[in-house]
Each structure stands twice: as structure tokens, then as C-alpha cells.
Design a protein around this ligand. Structure first.
Ligand SMILES: Cc1cc2nc3c(=O)[nH]c(=O)nc-3n(C[C@H](O)[C@H](O)[C@H](O)COP(=O)(O)OP(=O)(O)OC[C@H]3O[C@@H](n4cnc5c(N)ncnc54)[C@H](O)[C@@H]3O)c2cc1C
Ligand code: FES
Length: 263
């Protein structure tokens, strides 16, 4: 059931659900597959933003039909949630230094991760970027947890002018980097961390169909032999040098070193 609904910036919504079982079990980077019976043809996958008490929230942009429907549903509307789905991030040892790199709505997995890193005494730096100030959401909630959040925008309308990757250059390397955001940013972040031999975990987003691991509509290529790869579809060893992995079921979190980018 929808418990709250707030427009946090033009076109961006935070919607809460009463979901005690999911709220009690969720880990960072997990998501829910949402149905409004009779309204959605395919479940809508959304990352879980916050979880407190019996309630979880999702933070999303009004992209198309399903997100518009959810954004404009009344409090009290019944929704059907499957979750929490997906794997989560690795937590380093106490005293380690972690950098979170988020692009736009890529901030979503990091409220839960930030909370967990703070509880584990990991020194955490958050770099949150977007093309322009109007697309930056979530910073206040991360700061309210006690996280140090640096902002950057491509056009300089908030924080430092430049990309999240530029901001990485201003501090010594971390023991682990976590990333979520648009594909171009993730590709650049992955490549940079792999080249620098810096452990990096990426939460991937693809277009989902079933969200259950059965339709194979959400695959990404991973290094042959990576633990999240599958042998399906079978191919002659020489016909490709990577495996497919289902983001909905095997991910959404991957070691950057396991991901294969097309360019
Ligand atoms: C695991 C997972 C977690 C996700 N978490 C979030 C989240 O926390 N917040 C959030 O806002 N979205 C999130 N998404 C993306 C969201 O599920 C999609 O945007 C979904 O397609 C929206 O459904 P819709 O019916 O509203 O729009 P659709 O009809 O599917 O799309 C409408 C139009 O918007 C375009 N579009 C859709 N999504 C994107 C996108 N991400 N970037 C650019 N263009 C797009 C489509 O190409 C289409 O033209 C997540 C997706 C996955 C797989
Ligand atoms: S969305 Fe169907 S297998 Fe991933």
C-alpha cells in the first residue's frame, strides 16, 4: 500500500510503501518489481532508496506510463511488490576508505549502502554528479545520515563544474569504489578503476522484462569465467570470448573487472 508520495524536484518523485518484510530484509542495491494490478503490462523495477520501520521508499523520475501511474496514485492505493531482489555490495574492513560515485538517479542504492558503511566504520566519501542542478536529487538525505557529499555538475549550476570522474582525481585512491549511474559514466568509471587496479563494484541497470531471470531480456556481457556469467546460450568456444549475465537475477552489482564494455 502506498504510504506517502512527494514530488522532490520537477519530474522526480519519492513514493513510500508499507512493506515490513522487505524493509526488514533489504540490502543496498536491491530493488522491487512493482505491479499495480490491472494497470501494468510488465512489472516496473525500481531500486529501494530508504528502509525504516515498516516502510520502504523508491525515488524515481517520471519516465513513461508506469512511473507516471505510480507518481500520481493516491496514498492508500494497493500495489503488489516482489522483493527485495538482486545481490548487494561488498563491505570492506573497518577503517577502510570507500568512495561512492553516483550519477543522477544512480544515487538510489547509496542511502542504504552509506548507512551500512557508516555502521561498519568505513571512511566514506560520496561524489554525486549530474548534467545540471535540476537533475541532482538525494544529497540532503545522504547528508542527514552523516555522509560527506560532494556535488558536481557538467554545467557548474551546483557544486564543482565537471564530471564525477574529475572529482575522483582530487583525492588519493580509495580501497573500494562503488558506482551507479548512466551507462557512459559507468563505462568510464569501470575502465579507470580497472586500469588503476582499484577494486570497484558497479550496480548496473538494463531494461527489464520479467525481473525474475527467465526472459533473458536484461543480459550484459561479462568476462568468460566470471562467477555471475552463465553458459547460456551455448556457443562454440571460439565464437565469443565473454559470457552473458542476467542483471535482474545475477546482479545488479558486478565487479568492474568482470564487466565487458563494447567500446
Ligand atoms: C534494477 C533497476 C532499478 C531501477 N531503479 C530506478 C530508480 O531507482 N529510479 C528510476 O527513476 N528508474 C529506475 N529504473 C529504471 C526504470 O525501471 C525504467 O526507467 C522504466 O523503464 C520506467 O518505466 P515507464 O513505464 O515509466 O517508462 P517506459 O515506457 O519504460 O519508458 C518511457 C521512455 O523513457 C525512456 N527511458 C526509460 N528509462 C530510462 C532511463 N533510465 N534513462 C533514459 N531513458 C529512459 C524509454 O526509452 C522511453 O522512451 C530502474 C531499472 C532497473 C532495471
Ligand atoms: S528481465 Fe527477464 S531475465 Fe532479466
Amino acid at each position: 500500500m502506498i504510504t506517502r508520495r512527494e514530488c522532490v524536484a520537477p519530474g522526480f518523485w519519492c513514493v513510500g510503501f508499507r512493506a515490513p518484510r522487505i524493509a526488514g530484509a533489504v540490502r543496498a542495491a536491491q530493488y522491487v518489481a512493482i505491479d499495480q494490478p490491472g494497470r501494468f503490462a510488465v512489472r516496473l523495477p525500481l531500486g529501494i532508496w530508504t528502509a525504516e520501520g515498516d516502510e520502504i521508499t523508491v525515488l524515481f523520475r517520471e519516465w513513461g506510463e508506469r512511473t507516471a501511474q505510480l507518481a500520481h496514485s493516491d496514498i492508500g492505493t494497493a500495489v503488489d511488490l516482489i522483493g527485495p531482489l538482486g545481490n548487494d555490495f561488498t563491505i570492506p574492513a573497518r577503517g577502510a576508505r570507500a568512495t561512492i560515485v553516483a550519477g543522477g538517479l544512480g544515487v538510489v542504492p547509496f542511502w542504504l549502502l552509506g548507512k551500512r558503511l557508516l555502521a561498519a566504520d568505513v571512511q566514506t566519501r560520496v561524489v554525486l554528479g549530474a548534467r545540471t542542478a535540476a537533475l541532482l536529487v538525494g544529497a540532503a538525505e545522504l547528508r542527514a545520515l552523516g555522509l560527506n557529499v560532494e556535488l558536481c555538475t557538467d554545467d557548474g549550476t551546483a557544486g564543482t563544474r565537471g564530471s564525477v570522474l574529475d572529482a575522483l582525481d582530487s583525492e588519493p585512491p580509495a580501497d573500494i569504489v562503488y558506482g551507479c549511474g548512466p551507462p557512459n559514466m559507468l563505462r568510464a568509471l569501470s575502465k579507470r578503476c580497472v586500469a588503476a587496479n582499484m577494486p570497484c563494484e558497479i550496480s548496473m541497470e538494463e531494461t527489464f522484462g520479467c525481473s525474475m531471470g527467465t526472459c533473458w531480456g536484461c543480459v550484459v556481457p561479462v568476462r568468460r569465467g566470471a562467477k555471475q556469467g552463465s553458459g547460456y546460450p551455448k556457443a562454440h568456444a571460439e565464437s565469443r570470448d565473454f559470457d552473458y549475465s542476467r542483471v535482474c537475477f545475477d546482479g545488479t552489482v558486478y565487479a568492474a573487472a568482470d564487466l565487458v564494455w563494447s567500446a
